[in-house]
Structure formats: C-alpha cells, structure tokens
Write a protein that binds this ligand. Structure first.
Ligand code: ZN
Length: 512
C-alpha cells in the first residue's frame, strides 16, 4: 500500500516521542529494581525533566500541524490500517493532553512524587492525619484534571477515560451493580456453608531459588520469550515494556508463602505476553502497546487465574511442583487446588481471592466518585472506608494502614484507575470463553501443559491490534458481543460451587 508523505512525517515525529516515553519507563524500572535507595531525589528530577519535555513536544504546534496534515489524507486510507489507527489515536491523545496546561502537568508530577513518599512513611506509622494534606492535594489535582478535560455527566468520566478509553461511569455503575448483586450472596454461602479449606502448608518453608526456577519454567512454556524479556525483583510486582522486543517483569519472593511470587509471575507474564505480541510494525508509535489498563488486566488475570489456578493446569504441574518443594510431597492435588483457590473476606485487595476481589474495587470506585463530587470530605475517608468494608465483606480493618492507606494509587494521583482491575476480571472470562468456542479442547490442552492454542488465539484476536482500536471494539471483534459480566459470573458460580461443595445460585434477576 502507498503510504502518504503526511503519514510518514507524523510517524517520524511520534517515534521521537515514543523513544522518550520508553526512556522514562526504563528509568522507572531501574528505580524499582536496582537503583540504590538514595538515588530517589535525583531520579525524581530526571523523570520530571523527561515528563515535561515529552508533554511539551507532544502538545507542540509541530504535532498539531503534522496531525492536521495527516488527517487531510485520512480518506485515502483503509480505516482498519495501522496508519489510519495511528492518526485516530494521535488525535484522541492530542485532544486530551493539549487541554492540560504544562504547569499543571509538571506540578502534578512533582506533587505525586512527594505524596507517594509521604504515603509510604505515613502508612508505615499508621498515620492517616499525616497523609491527609498530601491526599487532599492529589484529590484536588484530580478534580482540576476533570475540569480541564471536560465531562458531560460525571467528573469521573474524564479521569476514567485516561485508563479505559471509551468507557463511562454509567457503564461501570451498571456492571458493578450486577456483580455486587450476585457475588455478595456467593461470599455469604461460601463462608457459612462451604467445606473448610486447609492451606497451612502454603506457609511452610519454600526455597526462593526453587520458587524462581519454577516461575521461570512456567513463564517460558506460557510463551514468554526471555530473549526479549527478563524477570527481576521489586517490592510490588509489575510488567513494563520499552519495545515489543524488551518487555520485563518483576516479582517478590516470600520464603514462607508459596503463592505470592508464583502467581505474581503468572500474572505479570500475562501482561508481558500481550506486549511481546504487539506487531513490530507498531513499535515506536502511540498504538504500539496494549489498548487499555482493563484489557491488559484481562490478559494477566487470564494467565494467573483461568490458567494458573485451574484444575487442569495443576493436574499437569502439581507433580512437578511437588518434586521442587518437600512441604508439598504429602499434600494431595485436590487439597492443593482448593488451597490456592481459597475464598476468604479479607482486608487487603492485592491478597484477595477471585470471588471477593471485585468488592474491594467497588468500594474504592464509590469513594472516588464521592470525593470528586465533593460528597465526601477527604478527612472522612477512613470512616467511610471502614463502613463499606463491613457492608461488603463483613470485616473491619484495625488500622488505616490495612484500610484506607493500603494502596499506592491515590497517593500517586491515579484516581479513576481501580475499575480497570474488575474490567480485567470480567473481560478475561469473556475472551477465554470465546477462545474455547473455537478451540473446544482448550482446557485439555492446558491439562497437557500446552498453551500455544490459547496464546495463538490471543495473538490473533487481541495482541495483534495493539492500541489500534478502543477496548470495546477489540472485545466485540474478538468475542462477537459487547462487554458482559455474565460469562464471568457463570465461571465463578461453577468453579467455586465445586471448590466449596456448595450450590451457588444467582438471586432471581430483577426485571427493570
Ligand atoms: Zn496486572
């Protein structure tokens, strides 16, 4: 196909921006993995400088002119082509970014960096009042961002769109109310009537080198290409991509708790497979990575939960795991399988099981909406948090460190991010079921330790597109339907009825 010069010029300009962006990601990766502790202040300056340069270059009159010229030749392009998608997404990003004044972006970046440090220290001392002024400032930045960006119904729409383009607060409200009406009774039935789960053996002594070796072996057979990636350690596990040929993951090891590092590796591998699956032709553009946080999380949760916590997976891998770890040699497969799928209402989101996880997210989402609207004062957050924890999960944190201060997101200004975790859970099952319709032997393949069928389907229907389309369009193209929570709810019902020896039933649907 002939590529018009205006497109080539825009692409060359965007490549510079993509390189700068990748460089900031390398600095962040280094900060979380190998940077010496006292490097923090210098690194904040380096990141601040690069972030400012990036923003200035992207919202410059040069970008504006190149984009306008490229839009002038858009009608010569196939709407599904990489070039047309590049122009569409650049316009989307440009319109959003150019509404934010450079001083605002710089001030927020500085405040977020400081606030994160204050949060870390305040959390350690369980000192919410000490965190309050910084948190109030970040909430204020979020409100101002929503005002700059603009919104029709709810200020939350303006923030959500940054993480989940095309998704609205109204969409999330509908999805969450459906999830809540079904899963709250599930949790009650499991807690009251479920067959007890024994999991003490998971807290035995597990050699860290063996944990790493097992994790690497599984990531490798999942399809993670270590010649284009690597696994390091960090306090909070994450995945980061600088280019489709350099996609890295981290985990953290606990000598006395086997699942922590193992499932984190499966999870981050899912993110990494997505980024390694982006076509080389999209590298160094704004469409050369995953389509949204929610779609990304659908990949990580799929490999972590639908594959890594499935019975077929462990039928194949449990004997191998047992050879690596003495504490498991007397533990039956069924006991192990139930232990890694234990459901227990708990205080901490990142440790939550598949059934209760979304309740943690709903609570945060509702509080964020109220904060933005001014319906909840920042100083009243701990009380509001604890009330909701009790209502949804029946537990109340003894400290704010284990309550309202447990996550890093708010201190870093990422208000509007949380719903993407639940979207990821929901979409993971919708995609998995679509793959199973085409490949009915998918679970049997997993039970033989073969993952190429699943990865191949994901490459073809999700990864290949990068960020060419909005997430909802990728979901529709891949599954034939719009985003729906029903396959996910069906999955929870069937899996956990089995794990707990109970019959989980949906409450009768209200007609509305
Ligand atoms: Zn993730």
């Amino acid at each position: 196909m002939h590529i018009p010069d205006a497109i080539k010029a825009l692409r060359a300009h965007l490549a510079t921006i993509a390189d700068l962006r990748a460089t900031t990601a390398i600095l962040r990766w280094d900060q979380e993995t190998y940077m010496p502790p006292r490097g923090t202040a210098g690194r904040a300056e380096q990141l601040g400088t690069l972030t400012r340069l990036l923003h200035e270059l992207f919202v410059s009159s040069q970008t504006q002119a190149l984009l306008a010229a490229a839009e002038g030749v858009l009608d010569q392009l196939d709407p599904d082509s990489d070039e047309a998608a590049l122009v569409r997404m650049t316009r989307r990003d440009y319109d959003r970014q150019s509404r934010l004044p450079a001083e605002f972006v710089a001030a927020r970046a500085r405040a977020a960096s400081l606030s994160t440090q204050i949060w870390r220290e305040a959390r350690r001392r369980n000192d919410f009042p000490g965190f309050l002024p910084a948190l109030a400032e970040m909430v204020d930045f979020a409100r101002r961002e929503a005002d700059y960006i603009g919104f029709e119904d709810h200020p939350y729409d303006a923030l959500l769109d940054r993480y989940e383009p095309g998704m609205t607060t109204q969409d999330i409200d509908g999805l969450f109310s459906r999830l809540r009406e079904v899963t709250v009774p599930f949790v009650r039935v499991i807690v009251e009537r479920g067959r007890p789960v024994e999991d003490g053996f998971l807290h035995a002594e597990y050699d860290v080198a063996q944990q790493r070796a097992f994790g690497v072996a599984v990531a490798d057979v999942f399809g993670y290409d270590f010649s284009r990636g690597r696994l390091d350690e960090s306090v909070h596990p994450f995945e980061t991509s600088f280019h489709p040929d350099d996609v890295r993951i981290t985990t953290r090891y606990q000598r006395n708790y086997l699942p922590s590092a193992m499932f984190a590796i499966f999870h981050e591998t899912g993110h990494a497979l997505y980024e390694q699956g982006i076509p080389p032709a999209l590298a160094r553009t704004c469409i050369g990575h995953g389509a949204s946080m929610g779609l990304h999380e659908s990949q990580s949760r799929m490999w972590e939960n639908l594959v890594g916590r499935s019975r077929p997976f462990w039928q194949h891998y449990y004997p191998i795991l047992q050879r690596s770890f003495a504490p498991l040699r007397q533990v039956e497969l069924d006991t192990f399988y139930r232990a890694v799928n234990r459901v227990q209402p708990s205080l901490i989101r990142v440790e939550a099981d598949e059934v209760t996880y979304n309740l943690h997210i709903m609570l945060r989402y509702e509080l964020e909406k109220q904060l933005l609207k001014g319906a909840l004062a920042v100083e009243d957050l701990p009380e509001a948090w604890n009330e909701r924890m009790h209502a949804y999960l029946g537990v109340t944190p003894a400290t704010d460190a284990d309550g309202v201060m447990q996550d890093t997101h708010w201190s870093g200004g990422s208000i509007g991010y949380f719903p993407t975790y639940t979207l990821g859970n929901v979409v993971s099952v919708q995609l998995f079921e679509a793959a199973r319709r085409v490949h009915p032997s998918l679970l049997e393949d997993i039970g033989r330790g073969q993952f190429a069928t699943l990865l191949g389907w994901l490459r073809q229907h999700v990864h290949r597109h990068g960020r060419k389309f909005l997430p909802k369009e990728i979901i529709k193209r891949a599954t034939g339907t719009d985003l729906t929570p029903e396959p996910y709810l069906q999955y929870l019902r069937s899996k956990f009825s089995d794990v707990y020896g109970v019959t989980l039933e949906e409450p009768a649907r209200r007609s509305s």
